[in-house]
Design a protein around this ligand. Structure first.
Ligand code: NDP
Length: 328
């Protein structure tokens, strides 16, 4: 049998954690022939709740689950980690200034980056889900100088999947008929879901839609504000779909994108498309040989340019703010 892969999940007792852990343990992260050992990291007050989730995981008798460790210590949680899913973060509470939010998260992601640097396995892959995800990923990455920067990513796959769903409904096609969709920029309301490079059964998606008013007035805001719409309807934030997207992100990273298609992920910029080098921004990416690579050479028209620039400007602001706070 194969050696178990060490998967660390932070914020394991939260809603996304609850939707995520059972699917990891049943093989949906790495496949039906890869055993996993789960490491659950929580803050001290939530360790007991994580223990409850672990009891339920035990009770599923998952054949692939090789063990579960629960800890409130980042060094222990990331020792030997192969896949790190950083879900726990400090949510914005009423009256909290942006600086407070960024410093609270700096207090979480700096030590986690350091712990990953100190103890992670050579092949470690890190996905940040906790918001502000791009900048939290940047903070962790900056404190892990011995880990290749490309191993730090943030999640825009849920935005990608939301865009696929909206477009498939609009055009009455299957999501599998849609290729080369892209989310650009920050995982925030400024993100830009791009239909000008997407293809639907061989036609450009924007041309297939042929409705600029829908694209600008309905599609883009619906995708960007979907999280708020779900909170409004469900009374709770989206958790199962976020967990599902995290599985998709890692599964694609490890197994690759199909020929003739790409996906979206926030990865460290190499300066492509005018995105300042080092920022963790969402791009069209392919995955091959276990690496995400930014799709090169796309032509960007003025409409897309303005939207990409606006979202990237927000990332620059966040980076400058965490720099000013001494977090990177
Ligand atoms: P959730 O599990 O619902 O969310 C966790 C994080 O994911 C939040 O930052 C949330 O951002 C983010 N997120 C990203 N995409 C989405 C999406 N589409 N929908 C919803 N959330 C999204 O939060 P809970 O409060 O239920 O659980 C958080 C857990 O993390 C708690 O158990 C807490 O104790 C733990 N925690 C652990 C830490 C650690 O391990 N060191 C540190 C901090 C917290 P947003 O805030 O914008 O909703």
């Amino acid at each position: 049998t194969r050696t178990p892969v060490n998967v660390t999940v932070t914020g394991a007792a939260g809603q996304i954690g609850y939707a995520l852990l059972f699917r990891i343990a049943s093989g949906h992260l790495l496949g039906a022939d890869t055993p996993v050992r789960l490491r659950l990291l929580e803050i001290p007050q939530a360790v007991k709740a994580a223990e409850g989730t672990a009891m339920e995981l035990d009770d599923c008798a998952f054949p692939l689950l090789a063990g579960i460790d629960i800890t409130d210590d980042a060094k222990t949680a990331f020792d030997g980690v192969n896949v790190a899913l950083l879900v726990g973060a400090r949510p914005r509470s009423k009256g909290m200034e942006r600086g407070d939010l960024l410093s609270a998260n700096g207090g979480i992601f700096k030590p986690q980056g350091e712990a990953i640097n100190a103890g992670a396995a050579d092949d470690v892959r890190v996905l940040v889900v906790g918001n502000p995800a791009n900048t939290n990923a940047l903070i962790a990455q900056q404190h892990a100088p011995d880990v290749p920067a490309e191993r730090f990513t943030a999640m825009t796959r849920l935005d990608h999947n939301r865009a696929l769903a909206q477009l498939s409904k609009k055009l009455d096609v299957s999501v599998t008929d849609i290729k080369k969709l892209t989310i650009w920029g920050n995982h925030s309301a400024t993100q830009y879901p791009d239909l000008f490079h997407a293809e639907v059964n061989g036609t450009t998606a924007a041309a297939a839609v042929n409705d600029q008013e829908w694209l600008e007035g309905t599609f883009i805001p619906t995708v960007a504000k979907r999280g708020a719409a779900i909170i409004e309807a469900r009374g709770l934030s989206s958790a199962a779909s976020a967990a599902n997207a995290a599985l998709d992100h890692v599964h694609t990273w490890v197994n690759g994108t199909p020929e003739g298609d790409w996906t979206s992920a926030a990865v460290v910029s190499d300066g492509s498309y005018g995105v300042p080098e080092g920022l963790i921004s969402s791009f069209p990416v392919t995955a091959k040989g276990g690496r995400y690579e930014i799709v090169q050479g796309l032509e960007i028209d003025d409409f897309s340019r303005a939207r990409i620039d606006a979202s990237v400007a927000e990332l620059v602001e966040e980076r400058d703010a965490v720099k000013a706070l001494g977090l990177i």
